[in-house]
Design a protein around this ligand. Structure first.
Ligand code: SAM
Ligand code: SF4
Length: 346
C-alpha cells in the first residue's frame, strides 16, 4: 500500500488530515479510484442513499460585481440582462412544487434592485408554499442576513471561490477577501445552514491553495460545499485561460466528503458541463445533492455564467425525468424530505 492509500485510509477513519496529507492526495493520481470509493462509502454511512433535489431559480442576471471569470460580470455588455418580478418567481416556485422539490434555491447576480425588504417579501411568499429556502445572492451585511433568516430563509450559499487572498483579490476587482470571510462567519452567526466552496482551476491557483480551501471548509464547519471546475467564458478577461480539470475538482470534493462526512454536497452543473455524466460521477464520489434548474427557458439562456451550461436543452420536466432515472440506475433514491444537515457524527 503506498503512502497515499494510507492517508486516504486514515481520513476515512478519522475525518482529519494535515495540509501536507491533502496535498499528497491531490497530487497523486494513482489512488483516485480508492479515494472515490472511500468518499462514496462515507457518504452512504453519514448521509445515506437519498439524493436531495433542490429547484434552482435564477431570478436576475444583473450584477454590480466584476468577477473576472463570470459571464454575468458588470462589464460584460454582450449578455442580455433580465430581472424577474415576484409573480414570475412564485410561478416558478409553484412549478417546482409540481416536480416534487422540497427546496427552492434563489440565485442571482448582486442586483441592488432587490432590497432587503424585497428579498424578505419573496422569502415569505415562497415559505407559504412549504419549501425550505436557500439563498445565493452574494455579499450582504449582518443585518441583511439576519432579516432574511427571520423572514424564513434556511440556507445560504456563498463560495469563498479561493482562499488564496492574492488570487482572490486579483479575480474580484474592488472586493475584499476579508469581507468574504466575514460574510461566511456572519451567515453562521445568523443561524443559516451555510454553504461555501471553490472554483477549481482558476489561473495560477496551486494545489497547496486547494488544500487550504478544504481546511477552510472544515474550520468554518460548512454545512454544504459546492465545487466546480473553472470554465472560461469568451466574454470575460479569462477567455483564453485553461479549463479547470474535472477529475481534480472531483478529488477536491471527495477529500471534502472524507473530512466533513455529514454535510450536503451537490453534484454541480459545471461538472456535468465538462462531461455529460459528470453529475453521476460526482454522485458516486461523495455528492448527495442535485440542483435541477427550474428557471424559464428565456431567462435560463441569458444566465450565461459560462458557455454550454449543462441542462440548457432540457425542459425542467424532462430534466426531472432524466435525472431521476439516472439516480435510480445507480441504486440511489430521491429524497422526499427537506434535506437539512442532520449530524450522524455522534
Ligand atoms: N452572485 C452570487 C455569487 O457570486 O455568490 C451567485 C451567483 S454566481 C453566478 C454562482 C457561482 O458561479 C459562483 O460562486 C462561481 O463560483 C460560479 N461561476 C461563475 N463563473 C464561473 C465560471 N466561469 N466557471 C465556473 N463557475 C463559475
Ligand atoms: Fe456577479 Fe456572482 Fe458572477 Fe461575481 S460570480 S460576477 S457576484 S454573478
Amino acid at each position: 500500500m503506498t503512502e497515499t492509500f494510507k492517508i486516504i485510509e486514515k481520513a476515512t477513519q478519522s475525518h482529519s488530515l494535515s495540509k501536507d496529507e491533502i496535498i499528497k492526495i491531490l497530487k497523486d493520481d494513482n489512488a483516485n479510484e480508492f479515494l472515490f470509493q472511500n468518499a462514496d462509502k462515507i457518504r452512504k454511512k453519514y448521509v445515506g442513499n437519498e439524493v436531495h433535489l433542490r429547484g434552482l431559480i435564477e431570478f436576475s442576471n444583473i450584477c454590480r460585481c466584476n468577477c473576472k471569470y463570470c459571464g454575468l460580470r458588470k462589464d460584460n455588455n454582450l449578455v442580455k440582462r433580465y430581472r424577474m418580478d415576484i409573480e414570475e418567481i412564485l410561478n416558478l416556485a409553484q412549478k417546482a412544487k409540481q416536480y416534487g422539490y422540497k427546496t427552492i434555491v434563489l440565485q442571482s447576480g448582486e442586483d441592488a434592485f432587490f432590497s432587503k425588504e424585497k428579498i424578505c417579501e419573496i422569502i415569505k411568499e415562497i415559505k407559504k408554499l412549504d419549501f425550505a429556502i436557500t439563498l445565493s445572492i452574494g455579499e450582504k451585511t449582518f443585518e441583511e442576513y439576519k432579516a432574511y433568516k427571520a423572514a424564513g430563509a434556511d440556507r445560504y450559499l456563498l463560495r469563498i471561490e479561493t482562499t488564496d487572498k492574492n488570487l482572490y483579490e486579483k479575480m474580484h476587482p474592488s472586493m475584499s477577501f476579508d469581507n468574504r470571510v466575514r460574510c461566511l462567519y456572519d451567515l453562521k452567526k445568523a443561524g443559516f445552514e451555510t454553504g461555501t466552496g471553490c472554483l477549481v482551476g482558476l489561473p495560477s491557483q496551486t494545489i497547496e491553495s486547494l488544500a487550504d480551501d478544504i481546511l477552510f471548509f472544515k474550520e468554518l464547519d460548512a454545512d454544504m460545499i459546492g465545487l466546480g471546475p473553472f470554465i472560461p467564458n469568451p466574454q470575460t478577461p479569462l477567455k483564453d485561460k485553461k479549463t479547470g480539470n474535472l477529475i481534480l475538482a472531483i478529488k477536491v470534493m471527495a477529500v471534502t466528503r472524507l473530512l466533513l462526512p455529514d454535510i450536503n454536497i451537490p453534484a454541480t452543473t459545471a461538472m456535468e458541463t465538462l462531461q455529460p455524466d459528470g453529475r453521476i460521477i460526482a454522485l458516486k464520489s461523495g455528492a448527495n445533492v442535485v440542483m435541477p434548474n427550474v428557471t424559464c427557458e428565456d431567462c435560463k439562456q441569458k444566465y450565461e455564467i459560462y458557455p454550454g451550461k449543462a441542462g440548457l436543452n432540457n425542459s425542467p420536466e424532462e430534466y426531472k425525468r432524466v435525472i431521476t432515472s439516472k439516480i435510480e440506475a445507480i441504486g440511489r433514491t430521491i429524497s422526499d424530505g427537506y434535506g437539512f444537515r442532520t449530524s450522524r457524527l455522534n
